[in-house]
Design a protein around this ligand. Structure first.
Ligand SMILES: Nc1ncnc2c1ncn2[C@@H]1O[C@H](COP(=O)(O)OP(=O)(O)OP(=O)(O)O)[C@@H](O)[C@H]1O
Ligand SMILES: [Mg+2]
Length: 504
């Protein structure tokens, strides 16, 4: 029996008011892909931050190759060849791609001056990008890349650092189908080159595909582990939530909403700056969930942002309940009851320095104020109700958003819009980074909203999700809607065919 290369034992960590980890153990063997799974707030990121030297444990021991070690900083982790790809991006967007990949490890020319060898820098960076399937030059400034591309740059950085243990904290949460495939292939390739990978993901089919072992955390404790042959979706879910989950998409889809006609909310001839030559038109009826599917770059986010008035479209007609609307800014949209829950919660959804209550009440502040004074009792009770209805953990409105786990941050973003009784609600990747239990809560919530007459547009790159929650699916390809599927026509193949520009 080989020895584990890494052993974490009895690791405990407390934050003020929260026991994040209680005597957690984890062993890693060479060339092993270990999935670390658990609900939002279970302690996965905290455990990995301890291993990565980002934070320090309160108790427990870490052994590398049988020798007890301390890891005081990310740099020290790196020197032990432990690399960490964070859940939230940590790339520097004022530098170019190559500089980000080789930060502090730039290849130097011969000689005592140690000048950076720029030719080699860009050549090596380009080779890595190609391997990851990133079709960009390493001289591109990072700020110009999409979220998904920035995520891949971070992965390239960790790989190029020659990791022996690679920690991936939700690496695919902002990637789409094709990019995810490439990443999974990269993980298999690294494993074949003796790298051990700790893989955190809420996308359980990824875990089924690549993990040799799954270690489950629940409420900061070890909840068990599954060997390769035992890793099935059902067993993982049961171990994560400690009970059986009811059927995922028992949705009341197609709930007679059609009686209000498809033209309740109508978007006509929308031309975005990115795709000025392909006008997009579609309708959503009252109480209907329209899924918007497509590959990365298909133009879905642009459509959402244009409707919400973030990017001025070059041209569009929007009508709600037969009335033509003018939407020149998000304020216009909000005042007419149209809301967007954006895909990048850190940029446009959440103010991490504010607490949960402040975040939730922010967009509707005038509802909690009289003559300019905020009625804080009303604000607090609304926030408490929101925390309860979508199960934000911990359910305390005074918690600073920065201290919530990733999935719970996403729930706060949702809560903030739900508190506003919307007429049209656009979700851009609503369950990114959200665990299975909370996901099904959010789907129920979306259906409930639709049931109350809200028109929902849901952009999603998760196939299962888009097929599960939608009444109809509009599929986009290169700025065009290539087809609209009705429920009886729903299938993974039909969506993929349209998403890649094929015929119905
Ligand atoms: N800096 C901090 N201050 C206070 N509490 C914290 C801090 N960091 C994490 N926590 C708390 O510790 C617990 C574990 O959080 P952690 O981020 O490890 O969860 P996670 O398993 O990674 O969840 P997710 O799937 O949502 O990313 C949560 O209750 C979280 O709110
Ligand atoms: Mg996390």
């Amino acid at each position: 029996m080989p020895e584990p290369i890494l052993q974490l034992s009895g690791i405990s960590k407390r934050f003020p008011g929260v026991v994040a980890l209680e005597k957690v153990s984890l062993e890693i063997y060479q060339s092993e892909v270990v999935a670390l799974i658990g609900e939002n707030g279970a302690g996965k990121s905290t455990l990995m931050k301890i291993l990565g030297g980002v934070i320090q444990r309160d108790a427990g021991a870490m052994r590398l190759d049988g020798t007890e070690i301390e890891i005081h900083s990310p740099r020290e982790a790196s020197s032990r060849r432990i690399e960490f790809i964070h859940q939230e991006l940590s790339v520097l967007d004022n530098l170019d791609v190559a500089a980000n990949i080789f930060l502090r490890r730039e290849p130097t020319r011969a000689g005592w001056l140690k000048l950076i060898d720029h030719r080699r820098l860009y050549r090596e960076a380009d080779a890595l990008l190609e391997k990851l399937g990133l079709d960009i030059s390493s001289r591109t400034p990072l700020a110009r890349l999409s979220l998904a591309q920035q995520q891949l740059v971070e992965i390239a950085r960790a790989i190029s650092a020659g990791a022996r243990i690679l920690i991936m904290d939700e690496p695919t949460s902002s990637l789409t189908l094709t990019e995810t495939r490439r990443l999974l292939e990269t993980v298999k390739d690294l494993k074949a080159h003796d790298v051990s990978i700790i893989y955190i993901s809420h996308r359980l089919h990824e875990v089924e595909e690549i993990a040799d072992r799954a270690v489950v955390l629940r409420d900061g404790r070890n909840a068990g582990s599954l060997a390769r042959s035992e890793i099935t979706r059902d067993r993982m879910v049961r171990m994560m939530v400690g009970r059986d989950l009811q059927e995922f998409f028992k949705s009341g889809s197609g709930n007679g909403s059609k009686k209000n006609g498809h033209d309740w909310f109508a978007v006509r001839n929308l031309r975005t700056l990115r795709y000025p030559n392909t006008p997009v038109s579609f309708n959503v009826s009252r109480g209907e969930v329209l899924g918007l599917a497509g590959l990365v770059g298909a133009g879905r986010t642009e459509v959402a942002r244009a409707i919400f008035g973030v990017d001025a479209p070059t041209e569009v007609e929007i009508a709600l309940a037969g009335k033509t609307l003018r939407v020149a800014s998000p304020q216009d949209a909000i005042s007419q009851g149209i809301y967007l829950v954006p895909e990048d919660r850190r940029l446009s959804g959440l103010i991490v320095d504010f607490n949960v209550r402040e975040n939730i009440s922010l967009p509707g502040l005038d509802r909690y104020s009289t003559a300019g004074l905020i009625n804080s009792a009303k604000e607090t009770s609304a926030a408490k109700e929101a925390c309860r209805s979508i199960n934000i953990k911990p359910p305390s409105p005074e918690m600073k958003a920065a201290n919530l786990s990733g999935g719970n941050q996403q729930k706060v973003v949702l809560a903030k819009w739900l508190a506003l009784s919307p007429k049209v609600l656009i979700f851009d990747e609503p369950t990114r980074g959200i665990d299975v239990g909370a996901k099904s809560e959010i789907y129920t919530l979306i259906r409930k909203l639709a049931g109350e007459g809200v028109s929902v547009i849901a952009i999603s790159s998760e196939m299962e999700e888009v097929l599960g929650i939608s009444d109809r699916i509009a599929v986009m390809h290169e700025g065009k809607i290539t087809g609209v599927l009705e429920r009886p026509q729903f299938s993974e193949e039909a969506v993929m065919r349209l998403a890649t520009g094929g015929e119905r």
